[in-house]
Design a protein. Structure first.
Ligand SMILES: Nc1nc2c(ncn2[C@@H]2O[C@H](COP(=O)(O)OP(=O)(O)OP(=O)(O)O)[C@@H](O)[C@H]2O)c(=O)[nH]1
Ligand SMILES: [Mg+2]
Length: 306
């Protein structure tokens, strides 16, 4: 059985392998001087930590170490500590008991992992005995409802669906009203993927939120934005644009397993801090983990197996 640490380590393997092998070449028992700091900063930037966050991490790292001899393990430990400190404020706890039903709206660009994350999360909550329903709000893409049917059946969750090209907001209204009547604990609303620059679809999203509020005035209780970790620095702009359209309260960073850009969380922490509720580390139903800054930073620097 693979434990959480190993799984996260495997998920971040592409990023940590890249950092580790480059780091060995850079350090090799060197003294910490400005040339070394510059190389380390470039290494962080290449792992998508972002320019601002990298500069801050290197500043913290060099403070007590300048002009001292250092090994690559010491460098890793020190960088992991700095990254962990930076990521700590992003940790968030997913708690659904404050309202019944607790309505979670899932938004994000095309293919970023909204539907998959809803499936994974529904399964987690069903295992805790919660009554979970999913609204197939993506009525645009052919196959979107079928994809959710598969996930809902895997997760053992109820599905509310409409006809293809039917009005998404109308479906949300009917489904949420039914979920209230049925006494569901948690309702996930899936939405169609939309690019930040497509105003028509962005307006649609606002309409969905307005309609949700007609049924439950304080809903959505959580709006989660899925960010594909392989996107790189564009992630920061996605967070900013979606925040302008709707009240994004949290992030799910998906596809960290397929990415050599796991540093993106540091860029987010520095440039558009938003709570990170979960990280996606694979395509299977169990491949969703709670985000823990210290473990994440250790895995990123490949320290978990040392
Ligand atoms: N490797 C990996 N793949 C993932 C992860 N999350 C989602 N995927 C895959 O990414 C692809 C897109 O996922 P979806 O859940 O359909 O994304 P979506 O945001 O609902 O997409 P649209 O509805 O088209 O906007 C699928 O092939 C998923 O299996 C992850 O954490 N790791
Ligand atoms: Mg989808």
């Amino acid at each position: 059985m693979v434990n959480f640490f190993q799984k996260l380590g495997l998920g971040l393997k592409k990023t940590s392998d890249k950092i580790s092998s480059n780091l060995k070449d850079i350090v090799l028992k060197r003294k910490v001087d400005s040339a070394l700091l510059e190389e380390l900063e470039e290494l962080l930037i290449s792992a998508d930590v972002g320019v601002k966050a990298s500069a801050k991490i290197i500043k913290g790292f060099s403070a007590a170490r300048f002009e001292k001899q250092i090994t690559d393990i010491e460098v890793k430990q020190a960088l992991a500590l700095e990254i962990s400190k930076m990521l700590q404020p992003l940790e968030a706890e997913f708690e659904t008991t404050s309202s019944k039903p607790f309505v979670v709206l899932m938004v994000g660009v095309n293919g970023s992992g909204k539907t998959t994350t809803i499936g994974k999360l529904s399964s987690k909550l069903r295992q805790k005995g919660k009554q979970v329903s999913i609204v197939a709000g993506d009525t645009f893409r052919a196959g979107a409802t079928q994809q959710l049917e598969v996930w809902a059946s895997r997760a053992d969750a109820k599905l509310y669906k409409g006809a293809i090209n039917s009005d998404s907001a109308g479906l949300c209204f009917d489904a949420l009203s039914a979920a209230v009547k049925a006494g569901d604990d948690v309702v996930f609303i899936d939405t169609a993927g939309r690019l930040q620059n497509k105003t028509g679809l962005m307006d649609e999203l606002k309409k969905v939120v307005r309609v949700i509020k007609k049924v439950c005035p304080d809903a959505p209780h959580l709006t989660l934005l899925t960010i594909d970790a392989t996107t790189g620095q564009n992630a920061v702009s996605q967070v900013e644009v979606f925040k302008q359209i709707t009240q994004v309260n949290g992030l799910v960073i998906t596809k960290l397993d397929g990415s050599a850009k796991g540093g993106i969380l540091a860029a987010i922490a520095e440039e558009c801090p938003t709570p990170v509720y979960f990280i996606g580390v694979g395509e299977k139903i169990e491949d969703l983990d709670v985000f823990k800054a210290e473990e994440y930073a250790s895995s990123l620097l490949n320290l978990s197996n040392q």
